[in-house]
Design a protein around this ligand. Sequence first.
Ligand code: NIG
Ligand code: FE
Length: 414
Amino acid sequence: MATLLTNIRLLAGTHAPSRALRGQELAILPAIDDAYLIIEGGRIGAFGRMSELSYKAPDFSQTIDLGGRVVLPSWCDSHTHLVFAGSREAEFVDKIRGLSYAEIAARGGGILASARMLNETSEDELYRQSLARLEELIRLGTGAIEIKSGYGLTVEGEIKMLRVIRRVKQSAGIPVKATFLGAHAIPPDFAGNRAGYIELITQTMLPQIAAEGLADYIDVFCEQGFFTPDETERICAAGAAVGLRPKIHANQLHVSGGVQAGVRAGALSVDHLESMDAEATKTLAGSATIGTLLPTAAFFLRMPYQPARELIEAGCAIALASDFNPGSSPSGNMNFVVSLACIQMRMLPEEAINAATINGAFAMGVQDEVGSIAVGKKANLVVTKQIPSLAYLPYSFGSGLIERVAVNGELGEP
Ligand code: NIG
Ligand code: FE
């Protein structure tokens, strides 16, 4: 039986573009005032203006009056490291005292610290910690998520992470995509033997991951002190040979050539982009690759924000994601990501919402299932508290304006 949602003050995101929105298209967020929405079999069955609602309440098992509330497609968080062990708040304090992210990494902290903890944690415990994090994010409005490996850096550790992602996917109820990020850092056992670690990734990890069908995408941290553009392209080519399309970390700390390497490798997305120059922007704008901006990572590391306006004006397709991880963004709250994008990167509310929903869906290949209000898509929805307008959502940052969420059409309690 179907559920009828009535008196929706604003139903936003009523579109189904055939490719990621780019340039000026990003500001167009179609919406219906005073709307209804019908959920059937967990999916969006119909929607329109209240004045045109021809069905009667008895046709539905449930009718819910949403007077004054705004309904949006739920957030599509296309870049996270949600599976990790423990936390790194001691480094957070070191950063407050003045150490940089790169200095912490160079003395064995950072990614390597998370790798030590991960390799000491059982698969069951890792699953328990990860699922608890995801359940919190779903309550905050996330309705699809991409999760990376990359804190194992050993064959066993990487496979353990990807198996945990698979278990999380089986119990989450929302679309989950898995990305293999073996090339996140050179582990200490391979210090001075980069080629050996890259060979381990391409010759041992990838075949096993492919055989078990554990990943949808491949990622490389293309950055000074981590992996070069050449190494990135080689690793991406090995991934492509087993059917994994790249989604890479590029231009976070330096203008590294990562954007160009990603575009050459046919990446679905190049992510971070704090450090851009005209050449990288032009390359991205002239490609089908999505630029995924991670403003909470820039916020947490006190780095310059991604140049969203320049990228939009150059005609790039951009998405917003949380980068949820223990080192540079220990929060997966997409409401805050959207607020920061508006406040610090001068994205319009409509642009930020599109970037965090439909373009996020494209950036992880789930655009046919989620990311907008369209008949046949999953009814993964966000219902706000009573708010005066859409712009109030990013404006009133940090105030917890998501009243309830629907996952597969199941509307949670307010
Ligand atoms: O996306 N930049 C590389 N990877 C993560 C940070 C990982 C960590 O510090 O644990 C990021 O910011
Ligand atoms: Fe990341």
